[in-house]
Design a protein around this ligand. Structure first.
Ligand SMILES: Cc1cc2nc3c(=O)[nH]c(=O)nc-3n(C[C@H](O)[C@H](O)[C@H](O)COP(=O)(O)OP(=O)(O)OC[C@H]3O[C@@H](n4cnc5c(N)ncnc54)[C@H](O)[C@@H]3O)c2cc1C
Ligand code: FES
Ligand code: FES
Length: 479
């Protein structure tokens, strides 16, 4: 059964919108239609956090609170969720939420433009954790920019939350919110608004049928890439298929050979899971966008975007990952190596979708990855390097080296791998391997880095990797 009406809860009431515009952002909706102007627009591209709102999602009868950027999320994706805005934090009697009070008490606001966004990011943290350690606080506000107060008073305000009761208005009303979320349990959604269509299938079978009928539709997962077509390029997306409504694809499973990640699994869940198996993978993800971005974006979206600076891509390439691709009647398992064919072009054909990603569990390997960007948080890589090395009797038995930011696609360094394979890790070999990167890559100069800088950094990261291996210790500033 399908519906053209989306239903979500706001202030413990069910709101319904019939056939909303699939290209309208939640930010525009809350400001223009709900008249709630506390949520601000700064950059309109997910980079400043001024538009941060929180969505409550039901998971195993518990509400998970997710801070997201309302400027790059479309209205129909609200279906089945609890919408929480900065205005909603004030109780009926006018008393402020502990977070709002802490921001005032610790002087965490000056001009105030960024403040609602910080409050909402800290609200999600307050609800999801029981103790707020420094790294949790920093991570929670990594997607919020403040140009005047500075971050210390805001961090002090966040730390002060450790001393207060967690029993807020939302906790008091939790059972009501849960029962309402259960009541509006999702149907498949088909929206027709003028010439725009939007589908939110509930399962893979429905997805296949929609793709067969509308093969030119754009797949929408977290939307952290797709939405910018509307908000920045000012173009229309006439037919969208929302992947993240398919719970069946939101999974991470592991057997003795590999880890498999379903296409709609939020990156933040994968980040927590992968830490145990490939700690450097998790370290890179910590610096991937912001918490708001990782709460909704997916690896599948990162792969299909095929950006030369997509951060998961060199890592997945060096790990010999595979992707499972499906269409209406076939399933294909492809190695990621060779999947990227040109700048932002992949082997994916119309009517196909990424079902899942398989990452081999290379238990004998040493895996290392490094991201170089101008800022630690919420910044795009200038260069991202990833190494997967298996040693036997001090010789390289297997090697995979992959880089992002060095070519028009994320790419393995084949010449460099050839030099290292079956070699000892002498200075001479490492120097030869470094030199061979000049044969593998001809990087470009752009706003992020010059060609010379990129090549120098790529060589240095290779040297760093083998120094860390030889010295059996990490050479890092941020770990
Ligand atoms: C502020 C900001 C910061 C960012 N920081 C980083 C960063 O640090 N590192 C980085 O690598 N990226 C970054 N990005 C880019 C973006 O977040 C990633 O590429 C993300 O992984 C995209 O995932 P998504 O689920 O949001 O994809 P979407 O935007 O939904 O889709 C992206 C593309 O993939 C296609 N697609 C989606 N799902 C599937 C599927 N299952 N099968 C086939 N095709 C599919 C879509 O049609 C579209 O072409 C950032 C983006 C923003 C806005
Ligand atoms: S307005 Fe800047 S992140 Fe949304
Ligand atoms: S208080 Fe002015 S931008 Fe943060």
């Amino acid at each position: 059964m399908t519906s053209g009406t989306i239903r979500f809860i706001h202030k413990n009431k069910v709101l319904s919108i019939h056939n909303p515009d699939p290209n309208e952002t939640i930010l525009n909706f809350v400001r223009a239609k709900l008249g709630k102007t506390g949520t601000k627009e700064g950059c309109a591209e997910g980079g400043c956090g001024a538009c941060t709102i929180v969505l409550g999602e039901l998971k195993k009868s518990k509400i998970i609170y997710k801070a997201i950027n309302a400027c790059i999320a479309f209205v129909p994706t609200l279906a089945g969720k609890q919408l929480i805005l900065v205005e909603d934090l004030v109780s009926g009697d006018g008393s402020l939420h502990p977070i709002q009070k802490a921001i005032i008490d610790y002087h965490g606001s000056q001009c105030g433009f960024c403040t609602p966004g910080f409050v909402m990011s800290l609200f999600a943290m307050y609800k999801n954790y029981s103790f707020y350690k420094d790294d949790i606080i920093r991570d929670s506000i990594s997607g919020n920019l403040c140009r005047c107060t500075g971050y210390r008073p805001i961090i002090d305000a966040a730390k002060s939350l450790n001393k207060i009761s967690k029993f807020d208005f939302f906790k008091r009303n939790q059972q009501l919110s849960i029962s309402l979320l259960k009541k509006i349990k999702l149907k498949s959604i088909v929206i027709s608004n003028k010439n725009r269509k939007y589908f939110a299938p509930k399962n893979v079978n429905e997805l296949k049928k929609i793709l067969k009928q509308y093969p030119n539709s754009k797949l929408l997962s977290g939307g952290t890439d797709v939405s910018l077509v509307v908000t920045k390029e000012r173009k229309d997306l006439d037919s969208l298929i929302y992947m993240n409504s398919i719970d069946e694809l939101n999974y991470i499973k592991k057997n003795k050979n590999y880890i498999e990640v379903g296409a709609t699994t939020p990156l933040i869940d994968f980040e927590l899971f992968i830490k145990k198996y490939f700690p450097d993978f998790a370290q890179i993800l910590k610096r991937y966008g912001s918490t708001q971005i990782r709460n909704i974006c997916t690896i599948a979206g990162n792969i299909a975007t095929a950006s030369p600076i997509g951060d998961t891509l060199p890592l997945l390439l060096s790990l010999d990952s595979q992707i499972i691709i499906k269409d209406k009647d076939k399933t294909k398992i492809l190695p990621l190596n060779g999947f990227f064919i040109n700048y932002r072009k992949t082997k994916l054909k119309k009517g196909q979708f990424i079902h899942s990603i398989r990452i081999p569990l290379l238990l004998k390997s040493i895996f290392k990855a490094y991201k170089i960007s101008k800022r630690i948080d919420d910044d795009i890589s200038s260069v991202c390097a990833s190494f997967n090395v298996e040693l036997k009797n001090n010789k390289v038995k297997k090697i995979r080296v992959a880089y992002g930011g060095m070519a028009n696609i994320p790419k393995r360094a084949i010449y460099c791998e050839k030099i290292l394979l079956n070699s000892s890790l002498s200075d001479n070999i490492i120097n030869k391997a470094k030199k061979s990167l000049e044969k593998d890559f001809k990087p470009i100069t752009d706003v992020r880095a010059s060609q010379k800088y990129r090549m120098e950094v790529a060589k240095n990261l290779l040297e760093k990797c083998f120094l860390e291996i030889k010295q059996k210790k990490l050479i890092r500033i941020n770990t």
